[in-house]
Design a protein around this ligand. Structure first.
Ligand SMILES: [Fe+2]
Length: 298
């Protein structure tokens, strides 16, 4: 699979794990977790698709519903709920994830993560995640339900460098141009509980749940390679916004990437590039009584 920066991972690969044996992702455990998880670490999304597979996103507010009610709204509706920063929000679950990650990491001798972060994903039976890429490495630990993943090549046709710049500059959510014709180029994997999937760094992907409530933990990691690359993309995006025409980061050697990463650190310190992600307006609250799980804002 061709990709702009595979790191040590050259193709999608499935591993086994036993995280669910911990008992931490049963309905009872999840309802209790939803009751106490910090509201600022919640993302509640609802995606709508047209016939051409183009997506629009609505963002929900946590609201005052109980954990059990919120879980019911997810299980009945079309919601996609992320609990971010599991490494701080749920240390017991994170310990299980780290145990499960050990043999995966060991199977890639060149893989040396510098930072690791996890989000617990609770999603409705018919929920789908649109085509996107993560500017990071990812291991998706799947624990309940079944889901299908499409992993695409990370070349210019599927992952334009200018779109990467926009995502890394946080001027847009992590969505990039998608056409259904891309699907012919994808590797398709059906994930069962107890399986984990990883793929080349930056490879675009999308997800469809296969008619069951799904629980997964998405662990993302940075390496020095991805930090340099993200920094270079940020610097190039900033230059482009000021009328320059930087080339592709693929053409750069490590010193060239490192210099641009250093420039990005300085640019971020000035605060000149404002993230626009905070501006997304919350438009609903989860409600199990509504067909898609989205009720009106209180
Ligand atoms: Fe992703």
């Amino acid at each position: 699979m061709t990709t702009r920066y595979p790191g040590p991972i050259f193709e999608p690969r499935v591993f086994d794990h036993r995280i669910a044996d911990s008992g931490l992702v049963t309905d009872a455990a999840l309802a209790e977790l939803l009751d106490r998880y910090p509201a600022e670490l919640f993302d509640i999304n609802l995606y709508d698709y047209d016939d051409a597979g183009q997506v629009s996103l609505r963002t929900g507010a946590r609201g005052a519903s109980s954990g059990a009610d919120l879980l019911e709204a997810i299980q009945k509706g079309r919601l996609w709920v992320n609990l971010r920063e599991v490494e701080t929000g749920h240390p017991a679950l994170w310990a299980e994830v780290m145990k499960a990650f050990d043999p995966i990491k060991a199977s890639y001798p060149g893989l040396r993560p510098t930072t690791l972060s996890g989000q617990l994903i609770l999603s409705s039976p018919k929920a789908r995640v649109p085509y996107h890429f993560d500017p990071a490495g990812v291991v998706l630990f799947h624990m309940r339900g079944r889901k299908r993943l499409w992993v695409y090549p990370g070349d210019e046709a599927h992952l334009p460098e200018r779109s990467m710049e926009q995502v890394v500059m946080r001027q847009t959510t992590e969505e990039i141009p998608y056409s259904q014709a891309f699907d012919a180029d994808a590797t398709v994997v059906d994930l069962e509980p107890g399986q984990a999937l990883t793929w080349p760094l930056y490879a675009p992907h999308r997800v469809e749940n296969l008619s069951a409530f799904c629980v997964s933990l998405s662990m993302d990691f940075q390496t020095w390679g991805s930090r340099f690359r993200n920094g270079a993309l940020f610097t190039h995006g900033t230059m482009r916004a000021r009328g320059f025409k930087p080339g592709a980061t693929d053409q750069l050697s490590t010193p060239g990437l490192a210099a641009r990463w250093a420039a990005s650190v300085a640019l971020k310190r000035t605060g000149m590039v404002k993230s626009r992600l905070m501006d997304f307006e919350r438009s609903f609250e989860p409600d199990a009584r509504s067909a898609d799980g989205a009720g009106s804002l209180a």
